[in-house]
Write a protein that binds this ligand. Sequence first.
Ligand code: MLT
Length: 200
Amino acid sequence: MKHIFQKGNDSSKPTLLLLHGTGGTEQDLLPLADKVDPDANILSVRGNVLENGMPRFFRRLAEGVFDEEDLVFRTKALNEFLDEAAQKYAFDRNQILAIGYSNGANIAASLLFHYPDAIIGAILHHPMVPRRGMKLPNLSGRNVFIAAGTNDPICSPGESEELRSLLEGAGAKVDLHWENKGHQLTFHEVEAAGKWYKHI
Ligand code: MLT
């Protein structure tokens, strides 16, 4: 997968895995990583599915309607890419924390749903429930920050609560942060994510 790796100056920190929103690139979330932990390694990946030329991490059939088979396939591929990247760049495979926005948050949530050891936690900006009707693995010890919008036209408040309760039901520790806004990524929620990160 096309990506950027930037070595941090403190190897005791997790590696931050950055996953952009639909139509984004691996450049988009670099400023977020700097806010959250300027000393950590950064692995920022570009989704390799194209929707009318816009990069994404998995296919969808319509807005908010995911191609589940493709989601499962791409989640596995991303998890394998993390194995390869950890070897190539010599960082700790067991210390990856994802930061995703929208479509990138959805595949980060899907990593948690399918691979309990893929990431130690995640900052999810405006995620949805990636899949329903499946049993989640044991996620105890995993920390998740969700930033959601009370007026998000893509993800309703009910869906954000549903994601929280699915993750908590699997044992993860979840903090749900509300913005009185829509689907956009706000400076305020990035600051809140940075504060949350300092306490995990
Ligand atoms: C998705 O397709 O992952 C969600 O609808 C969010 C987005 O628009 O990317």
